[in-house]
Write a protein that binds this ligand. Structure first.
Ligand SMILES: Nc1ncnc2c1ncn2[C@@H]1O[C@H](COP(=O)(O)OP(=O)(O)O)[C@@H](O)[C@H]1O
Ligand SMILES: [Mg+2]
Length: 398
């Protein structure tokens, strides 16, 4: 027996396609036809990489810029165009793109090597082989046929955070007989190279390209272009695209945020079977995105980061905490969860990273002759704190 109410609902859902024409255009994997406002960066990257097509080794490059400034898009677009030329002319070029943030791809040196080997059609066991012998296999495979390898390591700071810089150290130093490797590192974290071994840093960042944030006007144009592909005609109420652009430009010009906002607003309108996307939907979308952002961010942290955050969440919320106070709670949390505590210095660095991610706000206070200390306040919306705590506890088996 079919339930009439539900059947009506599903039928209505199928027929009620007033909002999206091609929702795919608002997904994170979509490559737009036009890349606006990035002509300079694309040209620069192409200029640096072009020697690959003459089978000469180009400089390694770092692409820097805040989230949503078009780094991934630019790197993928430029390498795809290059690959097309290489294929046409039978130039032995191989492009491997790795997003180091994706779980189980680059969280250990072993996994990263095994991922690259897989791209060459070689499968190694999940674990078990000694790292040395994996490297031997890896170099053998690279040098089996002469070619140029363009290795793009996106969100490379995540690789360093999880797996250290050994891989970069080795790959920038190895002398292969036939094959040449060019590295492109991409990062949102402008200070990230400070954490690299000096030798790795200098060989990785022979060239650098900076991606400045978009301004509201540029975001507006990017959005308007995307909305035209994604939405049915006249679905978006007058002025709403400018609203989304302004919202995304408020912190910094993050095109991803703007596109997400438009997608979520459209979904909310669709769910209400509304015929238009209005201010109310945008406001609701903004709230929802803020909430998801913090929850995701916390879920994706490595274990020690979760332990530190849990300690921060367990300081009294009505006053600022000092690094020392957080550290002693952190030590207790480690004890309870059977984890070995890091040094206070390292925890202090982790706290600084949470500051950069906008999870907390740290203010340096001078205590006169007693030196300086940091006062730490949470930036997580109060309604979310309990939810996040609960997530971490589940995760840590507390
Ligand atoms: N200049 C641009 N023109 C069109 N779309 C863009 C542009 N810059 C960014 N986008 C879109 O914004 C989103 C974020 O861009 P992305 O390249 O992933 O940023 P980043 O890697 O710097 O965080 C993607 O959906 C991308 O397609
Ligand atoms: Mg990116």
């Amino acid at each position: 027996m079919q339930e009439k109410g539900l059947v009506d609902f599903f039928n209505e859902f199928i027929e009620n396609r007033h909002i999206f024409k091609n929702k795919e255009a608002l997904s994170t994997t979509f490559t737009p036809q036009k890349i606006l406002h990035r002509g300079e960066q694309i040209k620069e990257l192409a200029r640096i990489l072009a020697p690959l097509l003459r089978q000469e080794k180009p400089s390694n490059i770092f692409l820097y810029g805040k989230t949503g400034t078009g780094k991934t898009l630019t790197a993928r677009y430029t390498s795809q165009q290059m690959m097309a030329v290489a294929e046409e002319r039978n130039i032995p070029l191989k492009v491997i793109y790795i997003n180091c943030k994706i779980k189980r791809t680059a969280d250990t040196e072993y996994r990263l090597l095994s991922y690259i080997l897989k791209e060459y059609g070689k499968v190694i066991p999940f674990t078990g082989l000694p790292t040395d012998s994996v490297y031997t296999k890896f170099y053998q495979e690279l040098d089996a046929k002469p070619h140029m390898l363009l290795l793009i390591l996106d969100e490379i700071d995540e690789l360093i955070k999880r797996a250290g810089d050994e891989f970069l150290y080795n790959i920038t130093r190895v002398e292969l007989k036939k094959t040449k490797v060019c590295l492109v590192g991409i990062s949102n974290d402008l200070n990230f190279t400070d954490r690299l071994d000096a030798r790795v840093r200098s060989s990785m960042s022979e060239e650098e390209i900076v991606f400045p944030p978009y301004d509201a006007n540029q975001i507006f144009k990017i959005l308007a272009d995307r909305a035209q592909t994604a939405f049915e005609k006249e679905v978006i109420e007058e002025g709403m695209i400018a609203k989304c652009a302004a919202y995304a430009a408020r912190e910094h010009g993050d095109a991803r945020k703007a596109i997400d906002l438009l997608r979520v607003a459209g979904e909310l309108a669709e769910r209400e079977t509304s015929k238009k996307v209005t201010q109310i939907h945008i406001d609701q979308a903004e709230e929802k995105i803020e909430k998801d952002k913090f929850i995701d961010l916390v879920e994706n942290q490595p274990l020690q980061y979760k332990l530190v955050l849990f300690a921060i969440l367990n300081t009294p919320h009505n006053k600022s905490a000092s690094t020392g106070e957080i550290y002693s709670i952190y030590e207790q949390v480690c004890k309870r969860t059977n984890n070995r505590p890091l040094t206070q210095r390292r925890v202090s660095d982790i706290i600084a990273e949470f500051d950069m991610l906008g999870v907390i706000k740290a203010t340096v206070i001078s205590k006169g002759r007693y030196g300086r200390t940091r006062e730490i306040d949470l930036s997580i919306p109060p309604l979310l704190i309990a939810k996040i705590k609960e997530n971490i506890m589940k995760n840590l088996n507390l």
